[in-house]
Design a protein around this ligand. Structure first.
Ligand code: C2E
Ligand code: CA
Ligand code: CA
Length: 462
């Protein structure tokens, strides 16, 4: 290595050391008892008047703890610790006046007239030396083997403290971010920043829209439309989903009502219901109220996870829900672990095949077998089956061959805003009229599908 490259390598090494040091967020923070205690202990073990917890910054050494010294920092170019951080073991100068590296050092020749120095480097888990735990005397000394070992042990404890703080800080920072997001979500509720998009479910044979799924979006000021995957988990964790989920039910019912009033034949609307909502004793009342006030036809979609615990209660709740004329679909079917016997006992109407199987189905025989089995299973249990996330004509053809009942996916339409739903429903009315003359064929289906897609908004999110 030539001189230039070794200089750059050294700079690079120092840059990364400083990055590590900064990550501890310790420089220029107030003195703290824990670190002072380590310094006092070091001074007393070695029997010297001065001990420091020193951190070597870009051009200074700064003292987190100090015993027997006034200064809070000294320039790096005169610092003994700047040498010590290059050492693996304890760096010992028994008599500075006899060491040519320090004989002219102003800390030796002027104040405070250092003669003895011993510094144990503080080594971070990534191997970088951040500074030292060091002891100083104004007379020459030797460091005994026991004192040397004690200094090393203490320096490791100082480092462990620093590391612990860094880790705790990441937690509290994460917590602060979570708090900010929660505040924003609470504001979103009171400022009505949520919005419903709808994605059609299409009958595989006729190509007609036979249902809509309500999918929430957050129209967050300054951010645009936010996907539910990015905020539903926090709503669930915080329990706010109960309130927001209630709103989704009421809003879907209100939109349904409005479409009827506009003379559109609104299909049933399926609403995603989270486990927390379903487990609440007032859920049925909330659902009933949303529907009764608008006479809307709502269905619900729940994930397999919700079925895993409190089996009997779940069966009872679902039974009561169906008494209201609400159909129940198991969402993302195939990703959970529902037992088949249990499935047979459940008062449900529909299985929705998870998108991941639909994607893989055309290239992978196993996935194809899974899709085919789910369809057979559903029909065997007298359930309706819907394929999620159908994006290609190939997938549609296969699903039709496998006798899947309905499909949902970008091939027919992405989730669209209310106004776009109305357009889709109007074009449905027109095509239904057309069908009185000619029965739907595959090619007609494709044409209408494409027309529907053109009128649909291309993407839900910005
Ligand atoms: P989900 O219930 O499985 O909804 C289907 C998701 O797949 C939707 O994502 C939809 O936009 C997307 N999708 C549909 N067809 C296709 C396709 O062909 N290709 C691709 N790549 N994606 C497709 P979205 O709207 O982002 O919703 C994500 C999840 O958020 C939903 O998954 C649901 O679990 C949850 N969610 C949405 N709205 C609500 C709500 O009101 N309440 C609750 N609890 N959860 C909701
Ligand atoms: Ca769903
Ligand atoms: Ca799904």
């Amino acid at each position: 290595m030539n001189a230039v490259t070794s200089a750059t390598a050294a700079q690079e090494k120092e840059r990364s050391r400083l990055l590590t040091l900064k990550s501890y967020d310790i420089l220029d923070t107030p003195a703290e008892e824990v670190f002072d205690e380590f310094a006092r202990l070091a001074a007393s073990i070695v029997g010297v008047p001065v001990a420091l917890v020193s951190l070597v910054d870009g051009n200074r050494q700064w003292f987190k703890a100090k015993v027997g010294l006034e200064a809070t920092e000294t320039p790096r170019d005169v610092a003994f610790c700047a040498h010590a951080i290059g050492s693996v073991d304890v760096f010992v100068i028994p008599d500075a006046l006899k060491d040519e590296r320090f004989v002219d050092n102003p800390l030796v020749t002027d104040g405070p007239k250092i003669r003895f120095y011993a510094g144990a480097p503080l080594i971070a888990p990534d191997g970088q030396a951040l500074g030292t735990l060091c002891v100083i005397d104004f007379v020459p000394r030797e460091l005994t083997a026991e004192q040397n070992e004690a200094l090393q042990i203490l320096s490791r404890h100082v480092m462990a403290q620093l590391e612990l703080r860094r880790r705790l800080a990441t937690f509290t920072r994460g917590d602060a971010l979570r708090q900010r997001e929660l505040t924003a979500l609470r504001r979103a509720i009171s400022a009505s920043e949520f919005q419903l998009y709808y994605q059609p479910k299409v009958d595989m044979r006729s190509g007609h829209i036979v249902g809509l799924e309500a999918l929430i979006r957050w129209n967050r000021p300054g951010y645009g439309l936010i996907s539910p995957i990015d905020f539903i988990p926090l709503l669930e964790e915080s329990g706010l989903i109960v309130e927001v989920g209630g709103w989704v039910l009421r809003q879907s019912a209100a939109d349904y009502r409005e479409w009827l009033q506009k003379g559109l034949s609104a299909p049933r609307i399926a609403v995603n219901v989270s486990p927390l909502q379903l487990r609440r004793s007032d859920f049925i009342a909330v659902l009933e109220h949303a529907m009764a006030s608008t006479r809307a036809a709502l269905d619900i979609e729940i994930t397999e996870g919700v079925l895993m615990e409190k089996t009997e209660e779940v069966i009872e709740t679902l039974g009561a829900i169906r008494q209201l004329g609400v159909r129940v679909a198991i969402d993302d079917f195939g990703t959970g672990y529902s037992s088949l016997r249990y499935l047979a006992r459940l008062p449900i109407d529909t299985l929705k095949i998870d998108r991941s199987f639909v994607i893989a189905m055309t290239d992978n025989a196993d996935d194809m077998a899974i899709v085919s089995s789910i369809i057979t299973l559903a029909h065997g249990l007298d359930l309706n089956v819907v394929a999620e996330g159908v994006e290609t004509e190939e997938q549609r053809k296969l699903l039709r061959l496998l006798r899947c009942d309905q499909m949902q996916g970008y091939l027919f339409s992405k989730p669209v805003a209310k106004a776009e739903v109305e357009k889709l429903l109007r074009s449905e009315v027109a095509s239904n009229a057309g069908e009185a003359i000619a029965n739907a064929t595959d090619s007609e289906f494709t044409e209408r599908r494409l027309a529907g897609r053109k009128s649909g908004e291309p993407s839900g999110y910005r």
